[in-house]
Design a protein around this ligand. Structure first.
Ligand code: GLC
Length: 859
C-alpha cells in the first residue's frame, strides 16, 4: 500500500480503504469505509428469482446528500424491478484471505476483501459444483475484479472505478468510431457536433455508457447510469480498465449472463425497447440540404414515380423555415404546405421536417416570446438566458430537462401536426453552437434539481427527442417518426438515430455499418447513416454501393450537404440507376421481414459478427478480425457483407449458428459452409448477401413497388433447406400506423420446421382474429439436395413440388425460366459485368392459407 500512501500524502486522497462495516439488508449489501458507502443491490428483471444484474452505488462520505436521477432507468421503473423476487443472500467468510467475505447470490458470488477494500464478481460453475458453498466457491471464476491497488479514486468532481483486465474484448458504447473490439482504447461520453468526423474521432453525437467485456469463457455488461461527462478506458496506456464520471457519486450496473446475446437482451429490458415504427418510415427516405421550394418537392416525388423507384418520405431541411426559425414555414417558397403535404400523402409520400433546438432571439417571433414568457430557456448562473449562434443567428435554447419546457415544446409541435406532417427530425441537439464550447456553468433545471452542463449535456438531445415524440404522438394519436442526431442510453424509446455528418468515402461507408451494429447492440435498433455520404460528392460506384448495402439497415435515407451536385438515386448514370432500383425494390420486397424484425426486437435487430462469437470456437477466432468488422446480420437470417465501392470480390465469414451449419447466397442459392471463410464475387450487382440454412424469409412481390402501401396478393415464404433439420420463420403484420395498443388488429405467423429422414414437417402457428391481406401463400424452397448424400457445398438440382392434399411431393420436372430464384438479377440489365446465370432450382408451391401443419417429402 506504499503507493497509496504516497498518493494520499500528495493529493489528500485515500485510495486504500479498510471496510468498517458490512450489513445485509434484504437484497442489498451495504459496505462502509471511511471514504465512502457502497450499496450493492441485486436485481431480477422478472419473477424467475434469478439475479440478472447487480447495481453498485458509491456515495463518498463527504457527499452524503448525493442525488441520483436517471433519465434512462426511472425511479418508478427501478422501484418496480426491486419488487421482483430474489433468492436470499448467503454469507460466508472465506476466499483467499481471512479478511474476505463471500456473498452468494444465485449463480454468482460477490467477493469482498475488507482489508483493504476491493471487490470481485464471480460466476459459479454449477455443472461441476455441489450445494456446498465452499465447493461452489472452488468452482467459481472471476468475471470482474477491481484493480486491487486502485479500486476507486475520488477526485472531488470525478469518481473512477478501476478493474483488472482479463477480457479479450470490450464491445459496445454505441455510436463510436474505431474497431469493434475496443480493448486498448479510451473513449469519452460527451455529445458533440462533429461535422466530417474522423475515422477514429471521439466523442461523436451520442453517448451510451454501456459495454460488454468478455472472453471465450465469460461475459458481463456494465451500464454506467450517469448522463454526466464520463470516460471509459479499456487498457489504453494503463494495465487496467476504468470507468469515470464527473459527478459526486457513482452508480453502475453489472449485467450478468453468459453470452453476449443474453447480456444485450437484459440491457434492453433495463433501458427500453425500440417501439415499432410506422411502417412507412422503414421505406426509402430522400433528403438533401435542402429541397427549397414546394415545386421542387412535388417534382422530386413525381420523379421517383416516373423512374419507378420506391419512396416513402422526403425530408425538408432548414430552408423550409422562415429564416431558419422553428415552428414557421417560408411562405414564399412553400405557399401552401398543407396542400403539398396532403397531395404527397395521397401518393404515399410523407413529409419530415427538421427542428433544431435553437430559438432565434427576435422580438415578435411567437415561439421565442412564448418560451421567454414562461422562462423556459437554459441560463447563465446569473439567471440571464444563455445565448449562442446557430442557423437562425443568435438563439436561446429551451431547457429540455425542465418538464415545463418539454411540455411547451410538445404542445408547440402542433404547428407541424396540423399541417399533416408525420415525421420530425431533431438536429443540432448536442446542443451545437457556433464556437462549439457551451460554457460548463450553464444551468439546467434537471427536473427541479439545478445542475450544470457537465451533468446534462449528454441528456439534452434525448429530452428534446422525448418532447418531440410524446407531443406528436399525443396530437396525432398514431405512430410518428422521429429522428435525432444526439442521444443517450434509452434514446431508442423516443427516436431513430442517424450517424450525423459523415463523408462520401469508402472508409466512411465501411465504418458506418459497424457503428450501426454497435448502436443496435446498445439497444438502439432504428439506426442509419447518410447514404452516399453527407459531405462531398460521391463517385457513382460509392453512391450505388452504399444504396445497396444500406437497403438492409433499418433507417434508409440518402442525404446530401448544401451546395453539392444533385444526388438522387438516378443521378449516377443509367446502370447505377438500375442497380439502385434493384436494391431499393429488394428492400421493399423484404419489407415483411424487416418490419417483423423491428417488431421482434428482444435482441439487436442489427448484429455484428461479435454477437456470434460465443457460439463456436471458429466464430470466436474470426468475429473480431478487422476483415469482417463491417459485416452484419439483419434480423436473424440475413447476413450482409459490405464491400468497398470498386471491389470485385471479397472474403466473407459466415458464423456457425446452433441450428445450422451453412448459409446460402440469396442470388444463386449456392451453399457455403459456416466453418470456414470464403472468397466470393462482390461486383456491383452482387453485394454478398447470405441467408442461413433453416431461415424462412417472408417476401412480397407487388406488381409495382411505389411505397410501403403497394399491395401484393401473394406472400412468399422462402424456406432455406437445412441439413440439420430445423427451420424457423416469423411474420408480424398490423395496419402499420396505429399506436401499439393491446386492441389494435395484428397478426403473427410462426413457422417451425423439422426434418426426419426424407420428411420435412412444418408447423404453422397463426394468431387468430387477424385477416392477413394475402390471397395466396407461396412456399419457395431453396437448396433442397437431390439426395441426402450430397455434399454441403454442392449445388442442388431442380425440383418442383406438387400440392396433393397438403402433402408436397417433389418430382423431377425441370425448372423453367420463370421459375428462377426470386432474388436473381436479370443479367441483361447490366453492362458492367455479367451475373452468372443461376443453375440452382427453385421449388414453388402455392396454397391458400395452409392449415396448421404440412409436410413434404424429398423423393
Ligand atoms: C447538420 C446536420 C445535417 C443537416 C445540416 C443543415 O449538419 O447534421 O444533416 O443537413 O445540419 O440542417
Amino acid at each position: 500500500m506504499f503507493s497509496a500512501m504516497i498518493i494520499n500524502g500528495l493529493f489528500n486522497q485515500t485510495i486504500a480503504q479498510n471496510v468498517k462495516s458490512q450489513i445485509i439488508n434484504g437484497n442489498q449489501i451495504e459496505v462502509t469505509t471511511p471514504e465512502f458507502q457502497l450499496i450493492i443491490q441485486a436485481i431480477s428483471l422478472n419473477q424467475n428469482a434469478q439475479v440478472d444484474m447487480l447495481e453498485f452505488t458509491y456515495l463518498p462520505s463527504k457527499n452524503k446528500t448525493s442525488w441520483h436521477h436517471s433519465y434512462t432507468v426511472s425511479s418508478d421503473q427501478r422501484a418496480e424491478l426491486l419488487k421482483n423476487k430474489l433468492p436470499a443472500i448467503q454469507v460466508k467468510k472465506g476466499g483467499n484471505t481471512p479478511t474476505t467475505e463471500l456473498y452468494f447470490l444465485d449463480k454468482y458470488i460477490i467477493e469482498l476483501e475488507t482489508n483493504p477494500f476491493h471487490l470481485a464478481v464471480r460466476e459459479i460453475d454449477f455443472k461441476n459444483s455441489t450445494k456446498d458453498l465452499n465447493n461452489q466457491y472452488a468452482n467459481s471464476s472471476v468475471i470482474l475484479r477491481d484493480n486491487i491497488s486502485l479500486p476507486w479514486v475520488n477526485e472531488d468532481h470525478k469518481i473512477s472505478k478501476n478493474f483488472e483486465i482479463q477480457e479479450d474484448y470490450f464491445i459496445g458504447l454505441g455510436e463510436k468510431t474505431g474497431p469493434v473490439n475496443k480493448k486498448g482504447n479510451a473513449y469519452t461520453m460527451w455529445n458533440s457536433d462533429v461535422p466530417a468526423y474522423g475515422l477514429d474521432q471521439d466523442p461523436l453525437y451520442v453517448s451510451i455508457p454501456f459495454y460488454i467485456g468478455g472472453n471465450n469463457a465469460f461475459n458481463y455488461g456494465v451500464y454506467v447510469d450517469h448522463s454526466s461527462k464520463s470516460y471509459f478506458n479499456f487498457g489504453a496506456a494503463c494495465d487496467y480498465s476504468s470507468i469515470s464520471v464527473e459527478d459526486d457519486h457513482l452508480r453502475y450496473y453489472v449485467i450478468l449472463g453468459h453470452s453476449i446475446s443474453d447480456i444485450s437482451s437484459k440491457y434492453r429490458a433495463l433501458t427500453g425497447y425500440t417501439p415499432l415504427p410506422p411502417k412507412w418510415s422503414l421505406g426509402f427516405h430522400q433528403s438533401r440540404w435542402s429541397y427549397k421550394t414546394q415545386d421542387e418537392v412535388l417534382t422530386l416525388a413525381a420523379e421517383f414515380k416516373k423512374k419507378n423507384m420506391p419512396i416513402d418520405a422526403i425530408h425538408l431541411d432548414i430552408h423550409y423555415m422562415d429564416a431558419c426559425k422553428v415552428f414557421t414555414f417560408n411562405q414564399n417558397a412553400f405557399p401552401n404546405p398543407k396542400l403539398m403535404i396532403e397531395s404527397l400523402k395521397k401518393n404515399g409520400v410523407n413529409i419530415i421536417t427538421i427542428l433544431d433546438p435553437g430559438i432565434k432571439v427576435e422580438k415578435g417571433y411567437p415561439a421565442y416570446e412564448n418560451a421567454l414568457k414562461q422562462d423556459l430557456y437554459l441560463k447563465y448562473p446569473n439567471g440571464k438566458n444563455y445565448e449562442a449562434g446557430v442557423w437562425p443567428g443568435l438563439c436561446n435554447f429551451p431547457d429540455f430537462t425542465n418538464p415545463k419546457a418539454r411540455n411547451w415544446w410538445s404542445n408547440s409541435v402542433k404547428f407541424y401536426t396540423d399541417l399533416g406532417i408525420s415525421g420530425l427530425w431533431n438536429d443540432m441537439n448536442e446542443p451545437a453552437a457556433w464556437g462549439k464550447e457551451v460554457p460548463s456553468y450553464i444551468r439546467f433545471n434537471r427536473e427541479g434539481h439545478l445542475s450544470n452542463l457537465t451533468q446534462n449535456r449528454n441528456i439534452y438531445g434525448m429530452q428534446m427527442a422525448r418532447a418531440t415524440r410524446e407531443g406528436a404522438e399525443k396530437l396525432l394519436n398514431k405512430r410518428v417518426f422521429t429522428l435525432t442526431r444526439a442521444g443517450f442510453a434509452g434514446i431508442q424509446k423516443y427516436a431513430a438515430v442517424w450517424t450525423g455528418d459523415n463523408v462520401a468515402t469508402d472508409d466512411h461507408m465501411m465504418l458506418s455499418f459497424k457503428m450501426l451494429a454497435n448502436m443496435s447492440l446498445c439497444g438502439v435498433d432504428f439506426v442509419g447513416a447518410d447514404v452516399g455520404g453527407f459531405m462531398n460528392p460521391a463517385t457513382p460506384e460509392l453512391f450505388t454501393r452504399w444504396m445497396s448495402i444500406a437497403a438492409f439497415t433499418p433507417f434508409y435515407r440518402a442525404h446530401k450537404m448544401i451546395d453539392m451536385p444533385t444526388s438522387e438515386p438516378w443521378c449516377y448514370g443509367d446502370i447505377n440507376t438500375e442497380i439502385n432500383r434493384y436494391y431499393m425494390q429488394l428492400r421493399y420486397r423484404l419489407m415483411p421481414y424487416i418490419y417483423s424484425a423491428m417488431q421482434q426486437n428482444e435482441s439487436p435487430v442489427l448484429k455484428s459478427m461479435a454477437y456470434y462469437s460465443n457460439l463456436s470456437p471458429f466464430n470466436y477466432s474470426q468475429a473480431f478480425s478487422d476483415k469482417f468488422e463491417s459485416q452484419f446480420v439483419l434480423g436473424n437470417g440475413l447476413l450482409i457483407a459490405p464491400v468497398r465501392s470498386t471491389a470485385k470480390s471479397t472474403e466473407v465469414f459466415l458464423p456457425t449458428l446452433p441450428s445450422s451449419n451453412h448459409w446460402y447466397s440469396i442470388y444463386s442459392d449456392q451453399k457455403l459452409s459456416s466453418n470456414k471463410t470464403h472468397f466470393v464475387n462482390a461486383g456491383m450487382v452482387q453485394l454478398p448477401i447470405y441467408v442461413h440454412a433453416g431461415a424462412i424469409l417472408p417476401e412480397i412481390v407487388p406488381q409495382k413497388i411505389e411505397n410501403t402501401q403497394s399491395k401484393s396478393d401473394t406472400i412468399n415464404f422462402h424456406i432455406y433447406y437445412n441439413n440439420v433439420g430445423l427451420y424457423e420463420g416469423y411474420l408480424y403484420e398490423d395496419d402499420g400506423i396505429s399506436l401499439n395498443h393491446k386492441d389494435i388488429p395484428k397478426g403473427q405467423i410462426r413457422i417451425f420446421g423439422n426434418a426426419k429422414d426424407q420428411d420435412i414437417t412444418f408447423k404453422i402457428e397463426k394468431s387468430n382474429g387477424f385477416e392477413f391481406p394475402y390471397k395466396t401463400i407461396q412456399f419457395v424452397v431453396h437448396g433442397l439436395p437431390e439426395s441426402k448424400a450430397s455434399n454441403i457445398d454442392d449445388s442442388p438440382k431442380p425440383h418442383i413440388f406438387e400440392v396433393k392434399n397438403e402433402v408436397f411431393v417433389a418430382n423431377s420436372a425441370k425448372v423453367t425460366e420463370t421459375n428462377i430464384p426470386h432474388f436473381a438479377i436479370k443479367q441483361d440489365l447490366y453492362k458492367i459485368e455479367r451475373v452468372t446465370k443461376t443453375e440452382q432450382p427453385i421449388y414453388k408451391f402455392c396454397v391458400s392459407m395452409p392449415s396448421e401443419t404440412f409436410h413434404f417429402k424429398i423423393k
